[in-house]
Design a protein. Structure first.
Length: 61
């Protein structure tokens, strides 16, 4: 579900915009950066936060 939400948000942003995505779990940690890169977006940051949360920062391609 996180991928779908990320994709919908990216679709509404102009090229070059930055999106900050918060997620929980190992699957999104592996899949979100890969899927974003495959779609032509740039991964600016991927980090682990407290309480099992993760943060992914993307620049729309």
């Amino acid at each position: 579900m996180t991928f779908v939400r990320m994709r919908l948000l990216l679709d509404r942003l102009p090229a070059g915009a930055v999106l900050d995505v918060r997620f929980r779990g190992e699957e999104p940690r592996r899949n979100l950066p890969r899927a974003a890169a495959e779609q032509g977006h740039t991964v600016l940051a991927l980090e682990d936060l407290a309480d099992g949360l993760g943060r992914l920062v993307l620049r729309k391609g």
